[in-house]
Structure formats: structure tokens, C-alpha cells
Design a protein around this ligand. Sequence first.
Ligand code: GAR
Length: 205
Amino acid sequence: MTHQAIAVMVSGRGTNLAAILEAASKGNCPVDVRVVISNKVDAPALRIARDAGVETVLFINPKDYKDRDAYDKACADVIEKAQCQWIVLAGYMRILSSFFVNHFLNRIINIHPALLPAFTGADGVGDALAYGVKVAGCTVHLVNEEVDGGAILAQAVVPVLDDDNRDSLHQRIQAEEYKLYPQTLSRMVQCGFSMHARRIVWGKA
Ligand code: GAR
């Protein structure tokens, strides 16, 4: 089976990264996690990556760069040197520059803990709960210049229960994320996709 190299960008716990690494190591997801970049020095995701033996694991400090473009150029250099095909955002809580988005156009994927286009932004779970929706979920999408605005690759739905709080709902959503993200990456590598305006159609064009 063809494998493709990916770079994963993280800021936090890294449980999605762990799910991708596990799926890859079990032969269920044909990706090679070659690079992990964090913008946070204390992100537990860094340890997960090192423990899994990822080749290049880096904390790149935003404070060392004069602006967002300069920071993103440094990240892009690492990703290009490692010849990664896809850039996978897994809890990466930093807005990407236009430079980065256009440089890797249609090669950056994100997972968001809400059913887009509803509840974009930093607290998708809390916003959905506060709104009173009865179903919630997660979305895997391509990244464009609009925050959480790119074409949708896959979605999964969970119920919202009467006694949910932010954490319980997020947990239920994350259980779906751990399946959906590796599955979607597999599909991208194995089937490819074409884009028709905003619609993704699976299969080689
Ligand atoms: C995930 O639930 C992901 O959907 C969310 O952050 C969490 C990261 O968890 N991403 C966003 O909210 C992006 N807007 P993890 O670090 O344990 O994978």
C-alpha cells in the first residue's frame, strides 16, 4: 500500500495525534508521521510524538519570529525539507498566515469539534452546548484563509444529552474524532479527491 508522509501541527494534548500514530502503526492508516511541530513548549503532544519515534519533533517558538509570516515560513521550511505531502492540524490553536495556506493549498487538513459551518472558532463545543443544539459532532476539512471555512472532507455526529457539560460533550466528540481523522487520512491517500466548488468528491479525478 502506498504511504504518504505527513506533518502534524499541534498545540495541546495530542490525543488526535496519538490516534493517527496508533492507526498508522497498526497498518490502518497509510501515513508516515514524519514531522510534528508545536507552537507550545509544554504541549503533551510533543512527548507523544517523541515516544512514538517520530523523526522530527520540534517546538518552534513564535516569540523567536518577527511576525506570523516569518513563523509560518520557518514551519514550512521544516515540512518541505522532510518532503511531507500533507499538513495535518490536530488541535493546532494558531491562525495560519495567507502565505502558509496558499503555499500548501489544498494540502492542509484540520479537525474541528463541531458540525461546520456551525460553531467555528476556539470554543466550538462550548458554543454548540450554549446554543442548545441536540446533535453535535466533528468535521475534517481542508484549510483555506477563512477560519474553519474550507471544504468539508468528512463529518461525524453525536447526540447532546440533557446532563452534558462542556467536558462530557467534548469527550463524546473526541471519541469520534479518533476514528474519523485516521479514516479520512486513509481515504485521502488511497482514493484521492476532486473539488467541485465547495464539494469534495472522493476518487481520483
Ligand atoms: C480536538 O477536539 C480538536 O477538534 C480541537 O482541539 C482538540 C485537540 O485535542 N480543535 C479545535 O478546536 C480547532 N479549532 P488533542 O490535542 O487532544 O488532539
